[in-house]
Ligand binder design. Sequence first.
Ligand code: GUN
Ligand code: FE
Length: 431
Amino acid sequence: KNHAIRGSFLHFIANPAAVETPAQSYQYFADGLLVIEHGLIVELRDYHADDASKYPHLEDRSGQLIMPGFVDTHIHYAQTEMIAAYGEQLLEWLDTYTFPTEQQFADKTYASKIAKFVINELLKNGTTSALVFGTVHSQSVDAIFEQAEERHMRLIAGKVMMDRNAPDYLLDTPQSGYAESKALIEKWHNRGRLQYAITPRFAPTSTAEQLTLAGQLHAEYPDTYVQTHVSENKNEIEWAKSLFPECDGYFDIYQRFGLSGPKSIFSHAIHLTDEEWQAFSDTDSVIAFCPSSNMFLGSGLFPLARAHCDKVRVGLGTDVGAGTSFSPLQTLCDAYKVMQLQGQKLSALDGFYLVTLGGAIALSLDDKIGSLAIGSEADLVVLDWAATDVQRLRMQNAKGLEDSLFALMMLGDERNVAATYVAGRCVYRAD
Ligand code: GUN
Ligand code: FE
């Protein structure tokens, strides 16, 4: 049994920054038809007049913009309730706000309540896949996977490994962190659409023993992901280097313990040295660009153009709760401003690429999600071009597709999300 949707469709086939003219990077059907069968996309083309009779149950979304579901490559679901905590930069922010909040996830009932809230929040923002930090507690990861599984989402998550430099109540040990992560891999990795990410929080909160075991675990399960943070804040970088004086810089810590590579996603990477850029490139490691968080914590400006030069894969991350919005549109608005502050541009095509195909490539999932190519999993976001009076006025005066997309990227938020589909099923509807 199939399901057909009529509407305007946009998706990418290449990075706009890597082709000669941006128009070579995308496909747009102003009046298109998309057909879903068994949760997969089986057809995408222009709408024909006889489609209405061919598909009697046709879902008519004419006038709305349909894209692949958004991919959030970095989010801490347990930090939702402390989003927008005042006044601190990274290290003080962690001590003052983050650690006390994460303590509550020792309670599975509480974790499940927040997990359900977050999954709903992702879907209402058009995000259909995410790479998610839990807390140090195994049950926090069970909670988010259970909620994602219920909605058939493609989601990657992991238990934080952290055995020093945090309050006692949040510490594991090298052995318990390894054993609990391994048990979670056995339970969840590749179960349906779920996958596991080995998650040392960041080098300063792990001993060499813990990082050794984390690297060993990744070697035992090379198909798993690794997620952590690197080079976010100047004080953090100095601290990391002082804790591992035998390493040649911050990123080298992860390299030495076998934690870099094509399935490893590093958040921030703002202040990398030339050698570190080279190492990212050589190891095919991935960066999660988190512009909202980077401005909120005063961390710095991520040089996206450099990543492109060095052929380093980049996805966009909200990084809630240091990021201040679940909306990929709002986060792209921040990304644009971060680029402007560096004298660079981020076109709407660059932006929408980053949150769809770019994110899927960053997570090595572009054979499954991130585009509307035939055979892709039918994860979709349906957007209203305008959801507020200002947006309507601006859209009426828009000069063509790219300008309309740019206005949507700058002014849009969850109010523009009309519906979200996961594996062909409608999982969110605004009305
Ligand atoms: N570095 C280590 N932990 C964190 C965290 O929770 N948020 C951010 N933004 N950076 C981190
Ligand atoms: Fe983070």
